[in-house]
Design a protein around this ligand. Structure first.
Ligand code: ADP
Ligand code: MG
Length: 692
């Protein structure tokens, strides 16, 4: 239960006077739904409203605040004309106020002839006449004009003035919190209290106040990071405390599989398997992250891990973030299992009715050794006979609370989390806390470097010419279409357009796949691409994660400048599934920013996913390190991973200490920390793992 002290901040924005469903919807575009969200929406700039004694001192083209007397009103003669009000300052200099499509009555009321008013707004000069269109402020008392006005990120229909008012109202609802940080730590860092800090960040007085390194902002970022780390530390501690079971099979099944493989494991694969088997054999629960770049061979590691459990007479499960990937696992793991006399089943959305019931029944009776599916299906009515090993593939697509759900379900089961995206150490901390991890830091032998080229989109025709030859020679290629920000519809339109264009050249050898398609359609297209029936696949980013078509050796990415580095790396990884030489063309459009150029150069220079991830973090603060904003790594409201990495480490240590000294958060500081967890919505951990 959320503590009542937080109710005001968790109330809907519509509880503000004057905010109905229309404004609520607009604010939703800014991710502002609750009153607390307003607090986290920090100004990114500020204007000095430049209060000047006379019009002689104004800065043309900028905002100025000046006192004037109202001389005369001049209503528009035609509709297209503005309503004009002539004013004068103390020295007799003139200023013309202009109002387009304005309410006459309110202008007359606010600017009575003969009276003095402070007006504040942008002043321009036209034909030697100073003009101000639609003043931001028309007031009697200068106090009503802020000297410094914070500037907020806006959306159509929401003005900055509106956001300012909203922020003021939200600040008034901030309760008086008991301090959740250590007092000595605060003193040492010269951090203010939360209440002081949140007020200060919404009232910047100079540019430095807007920097994320400013003490006010840093304090808040630390609060958020501590909430994040504490939640993870609580989960980790509780899971670790649970006794696990010793899983150490006789190795027979594993031997059989290894003998069947057409290759030898790499040293890196051997190494991580050693770490995993040791975890399984211990009587603590395994909770390990397995990192391995695209194509490093995580699937076989997962299979051998599961077989160890099966050798002990228990069951294992592997879950993927999408149905395509789950099916792909079934395609590789299924036949191997069959060959060694085991039963693997696929449980995804389209398995329904009798077929599903049979799987569920057999699973409960222990007749199924390995279950493959998407996450969604594991949280429902699925009961295992004896589940001892759970593998989560491409973990970054799942949120923290899904992880929590899962660890509850698989009683005592070991958990191995696999991710294809190389994650910098600091980000591992934010997503997984202080979790053990293994790294496959080597690709299978014989992989050739990908020939990566960066070129302008204007060369698309040449690319198509070259593609003609390659496809004739039997190559298979992906053509990934631009990502249009925040609009799947536009994404799709762009992809469809490209598809039609390519169809004119390549006829029915071209296919199109995108996220809006039904699973069945997607399957069919993927099948056709795998079998070579089509050899050019136009795609939106649905192919980003894990898709495995070893024959594909050409990757063309249109408007590559619009993708994040990690995403580009993932995409390029799709053509690195075999020992054939591969090519990746990054086509960029104009305008292209310096950062985007730098990103593309990084791609050209290296294939090392870890390096790319670090560069990405530097270049854009990890904003898209994992391709999606919902990745669970970067959903910080206040902390900025490109500057607050050091704080994260401190928070991690702090969290560890708290959990050691006060595991159930029962001390006064512990009580305050509970509030912090709720405030930053990291309360899953409290609900699931802490008593009252
Ligand atoms: P990822 O880590 O991206 O999931 P996969 O497990 O899909 O990678 O492996 C990529 C490809 O490399 C697969 O075709 C797989 O059979 C192959 N592979 C895996 N391990 C080795 C190895 N040690 N030697 C050669 N090929 C391997
Ligand atoms: Mg994989």
């Amino acid at each position: 239960m959320r503590p009542p002290i937080l109710f005001p901040l968790f109330a809907d924005v519509t509880t503000f006077a004057g905010i109905g469903s229309k404004y609520a919807k607009l604010l939703g575009n800014l991710d502002i739904k609750k009153i607390g969200d307003v607090l986290w929406h920090l100004p990114y700039s500020l204007v000095n409203r430049n209060i000047v004694p006379s019009l002689k001192n104004v800065k043309i083209g900028e905002i100025n605040t000046v006192e004037v007397s109202v001389i005369e009103h001049e209503p528009p003669r035609r509709k297209s004309q503005p309503y004009r009000v002539m004013c004068e300052d103390n020295l007799g200099n003139q200023l013309l106020l202009c109002f387009f499509k304005a309410y006459t009555s309110s202008i007359e009321k606010n600017l009575p002839v003969g009276e003095k008013r402070f007006v504040s707004g942008k002043i321009e000069s036209f034909n030697n006449m100073l003009q101000m269109s639609h003043p931001d402020y028309i007031v009697k008392d200068l106090k009503a004009v802020p000297q410094y006005e914070p500037i907020y990120g806006l959306t159509a229909g929401i003005t900055n003035k509106f956001m300012n008012k909203l922020a003021e109202q939200a600040l008034q609802r901030v309760p008086d919190f008991a301090e959740w940080q250590d007092e000595n730590f605060l003193k040492q860092r010269r951090f203010p209290s939360f209440n002081q800090a949140i007020i200060a960040v919404h009232h910047p007085c100079n540019i430095d106040d807007l920097l994320p390194t400013n003490p006010m902002r840093t304090r808040l970022a630390y609060d958020e990071l501590l909430a994040n780390q504490l939640a993870l530390a609580i989960v980790r501690q509780k899971i670790k405390k649970q006794k696990g079971r010793k899983i150490a099979g006789n190795g027979l099944l594993r031997r059989k599989v290894l003998d069947m493989l057409p290759f030898k494991l790499t040293n890196a694969q051997e190494k991580v398997l050693g770490e995993i088997f040791a975890d399984q054999a211990s009587d603590n629960r395994m909770l390990r992250l397995l990192q391995g770049d695209v194509g490093s061979g995580k699937t076989i590691v997962a299979l051998l891990t599961m077989l160890n459990a099966v050798e002990c007479g228990t069951q294992a499960a592997i879950m993927a973030p999408t149905e395509i990937l789950a099916k792909q696992h079934m395609e590789t793991i299924g036949p191997v299992c069959e060959a060694i006399g085991l039963r693997a089943e696929l449980l995804i959305g389209k398995v329904k009715g009798k077929a599903r019931n049979k799987i569920i029944a057999d699973l409960a009776e222990g007749k199924i050794d390995i279950l493959i599916g998407t996450h969604a299906l594991f949280v429902e009515d699925v009961e295992f006979n004896d589940l001892a090993c759970v593998i989560i593939d491409e973990q970054h697509r799942f949120g923290v609370h899904q992880r929590l759900n899962l660890s509850n379900k698989g009683n005592k089961a070991d958990i191995l989390v696999m991710t294809a995206t190389p994650i910098p150490r600091s980000l591992i901390l934010t997503a997984f806390g202080d979790m053990e991890y293994s790294k496959i830091d080597q690709l299978p032998e014989g992989r050739k470097p990908i020939d990566t080229r960066v070129m302008p989109l204007t060369k698309a025709d040449d690319v198509i010419e070259a593609l003609k030859n390659k496809l004739k020679q039997g190559a298979r290629a992906y053509w990934v279409c631009p990502l249009v920000e925040e609009s799947e519809k536009l994404d799709l339109a762009a992809a469809e357009q490209r598809f039609e264009l390519l169809q004119k050249v390549f006829g029915d050898k071209v296919g199109l796949i995108h996220g809006k398609m039904k699973e069945k359609q997607k399957d069919e297209i993927m099948e056709q691409f795998k079998s070579g029936k089509i050899n050019l696949l136009v795609a939106t980013t649905v192919i980003e994660v894990g898709v495995n078509v070893p024959e594909a050796t050409i990757m063309i990415i249109e408007h590559a400048e619009r993708f994040g580095l990690a995403q580009l790396h993932q995409l390029r990884g799709r053509v690195k599934r075999s020992n054939n030489a591969a090519t990746c063309l990054l086509l960029y459009g104009y305008p292209i920013s310096d950062t985007a150029r730098a990103r593309l150069q990084v791609m050209k220079q290296t294939e090392d996913g870890f390096l790319i991830a670090e560069e990405d973090l530097k270049l854009r603060g990890g904003g898209e390190i994992l391709g999606t904003k919902q990745s669970g790594f970067t959903n910080f409201k206040l902390a900025d991973m490109s500057v607050h990495q050091g704080l994260l480490l401190t928070a991690s240590q702090d969290a560890k200490m708290i959990v050691n000294n006060d595991p159930d958060l029962k001390t006064p500081r512990g009580e305050a920390l509970r509030i912090l967890l709720y405030l930053f919505e990291r309360d899953d951990a409290v609900k699931t793992y802490l008593a009252g």
